[in-house]
Ligand binder design. Structure first.
Ligand code: MG
Length: 370
């Protein structure tokens, strides 16, 4: 029985994790469940799965008897085999660090933990002898292509990208898109923030930064290619010219489940029907139409607190875009302004990252609301 502490249980990844646990009751159980503000969702999950502890950011949450409200973040990780961090945004980083310090294996679905905190997350994981397992489909594909071995030598990592809903739109068309248009992802079903990040290609930039930290790659060794069908989830190129890819239908339950059970595999979703799929397409990523991609790569290469500034500004900008307050191109403008204004600092402590995050949010709010 694998005991799971699930942080972010009411979000998209959280719900799919619950589905997996529901399907394989003899393999998995939840010992802790936590969410942001969806108290009702948390109560329902607690009634069904009966974890020992639960937590929610809202004060008035009614938990079923036998489920204790966590008194601290640490308490969420005292009794688990794996901590699945699926909370969204910069907030996820503090949970990742807590889980690592509790000595628990971390299944990482929160991108910001590595994008913003790659340096300290890796250092802490090493110090506590903790393993980080990717949940993101691209990084899971790479992990599989490397046969779950991080010491395998490779030449290049190629992340596939669906290209989002605006791949073939002109710059002029992209300038006029609404939140409703941007929320229509062609292949994956995900939360609102990441769906917008997929439309701006900020998400692909994040994934390159994550790949750098997870696999110790240089930025020059990581590329992204558009693959509209989202069947090939990523590839690893080796010195002899061989490339190993992982294929499957776009279904997050596969990488979530594998992060919990690997190297074992359990039944999860249907087999690919190659004859039905027919042709797969690959094309160049049109970077010039999506400035967020270059901004993310630039911040990743600059290092220090730059990715945290990028992310803090992006979180404010995406929310403003979803609320109809700014246009789609203004997401990139907001991020660029924050990166230009805020000087880079060392990213060697959580405190310096939290300061950079706060400053980036303030700067972005000023840029948007004056
Ligand atoms: Mg992904």
């Amino acid at each position: 029985m694998i005991k799971i502490s699930l942080i972010g249980c009411t979000g998209s990844i959280g719900k799919q994790t619950a589905e997996i646990v529901r399907k394989h009751k003899e393999e998995f159980c939840f010992t802790a469940l936590a969410c942001g503000r969806n108290a009702e969702g948390l109560t329902a999950l607690c009634s069904e799965f009966r974890p020992s502890v639960a937590d929610c950011k809202t004060e008035d949450v009614s938990l079923p008897s036998g489920v204790k409200k966590a008194q601290s973040t640490e308490e969420l990780f005292t009794d688990c085999d794996v901590a699945l961090i699926a909370a969204g945004g910069f907030e996820g980083l503090s949970y990742t660090l807590s889980a690592i310090r509790a000595g628990k294996k971390v299944a990482l679905a929160n991108k910001e933990s590595l994008v913003c905190g790659g340096e300290i997350v890796l250092a802490e994981a090493k110090k506590y002898g903790v393993e980080l397992v990717p949940v993101d489909s691209e990084h899971s594909a790479i992990f599989q292509a490397l046969s779950f071995r991080r010491d395998t030598a490779f030449s290049k990592l190629v992340l596939t990208a669906s290209g989002g809903p605006f791949l073939h739109c002109s710059k002029e068309q992209i300038a006029r898109v609404t939140a409703k248009d941007a929320l229509k992802h062609p292949t994956w079903s995900m939360g609102a923030k990441i769906t917008i990040d997929s439309a701006t290609l900020l998400n692909k930039g994040y994934e390159i930064i994550e790949a750098k930290w997870l696999y110790g790659a240089e930025y020059s060794q990581i590329e992204a290619v558009v693959h509209p069908e989202s069947i090939v989830h990523s590839l690893v190129y080796f010195a002899d010219g061989a490339a190993v890819a992982q294929l499957g239908y776009p279904d997050m339950r596969v990488p979530i489940q594998l992060a919990l059970t690997y190297p074992q595999r359990l039944a999860c979703c249907e087999f690919l029907d190659l004859e039905k799929i027919g042709v797969l397409h690959f094309e160049r990523l049109p970077k010039e139409k999506f400035p967020c991609f270059a901004l993310a790569l630039g911040a990743g290469e600059a290092g220090g607190t730059c990715p945290t500034v990028l992310n803090g500004a992006a979180e404010i900008a995406v929310r403003a875009f979803l609320e109809g307050r700014i246009s789609f191109p203004q997401i990139a403008e907001t991020i660029e302004d924050a990166l230009n204004r805020i000087p880079k600092e060392a990213a060697d402590s959580y405190g310096s990252l939290a300061d950079a995050d706060r400053l980036a949010r303030d700067t972005a709010r000023k840029f948007i609301y004056g």
